[in-house]
Design a protein around this ligand. Structure first.
Ligand SMILES: NC(=O)c1ccc[n+]([C@@H]2O[C@H](COP(=O)([O-])OP(=O)(O)OC[C@H]3O[C@@H](n4cnc5c(N)ncnc54)[C@H](O)[C@@H]3O)[C@@H](O)[C@H]2O)c1
Length: 268
């Protein structure tokens, strides 16, 4: 059951029409779509005539839409956020590593009435993490396992001159905190950034990044401990055929976040 007057649906603007943005646009435009929400504008480097709504720049996107959905590379998020905040628009951020790479975004947000929503993305278990934070989290670890090609082009791989095609067994590529991980693998560790933002912050959240030539899935396992509870959650996601660095689940977490805006009963 919903409670919004849908005569005036919320106008949604999607920034970035890649693997994730395209799936979000489909959910907004198919029948039945997402009640109370319509795709109003989009922004992308390439043209997408099949979307049948105007393509605009970040400034017009923020000016003309009620709610902005970010599906860009992480380094583009600050520019989009500035525009969204200028017009006090709510912003759904899927490239959560951007909030660690550019912490100013969270400072800018404090000066406006925009809200930031960070979907669970490719991760599972954040409901438990949020409740555990209320009792004091002692430690948080995330281990991510992906096929080697999922790490192609990452700054750490380039800098360390790692030959991903030469890996023959499961290999620990990186171990450190979420802050360092987001700089080393900005397109791969959004899950670590999201866990850190839900839990004990980027400096205290530990991250392991594994390349596994024998797997076809992107797997994320978290272990979070408090004095009273220990949470272990593991999710195996199929890579998105349109972008093997992303998981099919990530786009669905945005759709779930959008759907919740008009639900009168919200679980989790
Ligand atoms: N939170 C999570 O768990 C999670 C999971 C998977 C992916 N992600 C992140 O989500 C983001 C989107 O992922 P994707 O798989 O859709 O990526 P993608 O590469 O398929 O798509 C990115 C899109 O952004 C567009 N773009 C790039 N620069 C632009 C600019 N200056 N202006 C307008 N458009 C621009 C590209 O044209 C492309 O269409 C990435 O940052 C990725 O790391 C997060």
């Amino acid at each position: 059951m919903t409670h919004t007057g849908f005569l005036n649906p919320l106008k949604v603007g999607v920034a970035g029409i890649g693997a994730i943005g395209r799936t979000v646009c489909q959910a907004l435009t198919e029948t039945p779509g997402l009640e109370g929400l319509i795709l109003h504008r989009f922004a992308d480097q390439k043209s997408h005539p099949d979307l049948h709504v105007p393509q605009v720049d970040f400034s017009a996107l923020a000016q003309e839409c009620d709610l902005i959905v970010e599906c860009l590379p992480a380094h583009q998020v600050p520019e989009l956020a500035k525009e969204a905040f200028q017009y006090n628009r709510d912003l759904i951020i899927i490239s959560s590593a951007a909030l660690l790479l550019t912490p100013d975004i969270l400072e800018w947000q404090k000066a406006c009435s925009s809200r930031i929503f960070i979907p669970s993305g490719a991760l599972a278990g954040l409901d438990g993490v949020k409740a555990m934070r209320e009792m004091g989290i002692e430690s948080a670890l995330i281990s991510s396992f992906k096929p080697p090609k999922g790490f192609e082009g990452a700054p750490y791989i380039v800098q360390e001159k790692i030959d991903l095609s030469a890996l023959t067994e499961k290999t620990l590529l990186f171990s450190g905190n979420a802050l360092d991980a987001s700089q080393a693998f900005p397109a791969n560790v959004n899950v670590a950034a999201t866990l850190s933002l839900a839990g004990i912050g980027p400096k205290r959240t530990q991250v392991e990044v594994w390349a596994d030539p024998e797997t076809v899935s992107n797997t994320h396992q978290i272990t979070v401990k408090t004095q009273f509870s220990t949470l272990t959650s593991r999710i195996e996601n199929m890579p998105d055929p349109a972008n093997p660095k992303s998981s099919v689940l990530a786009a669905r977490s945005i759709i779930a976040t959008l759907r919740e805006r008009n639900q009168s009963v919200v679980v989790g």
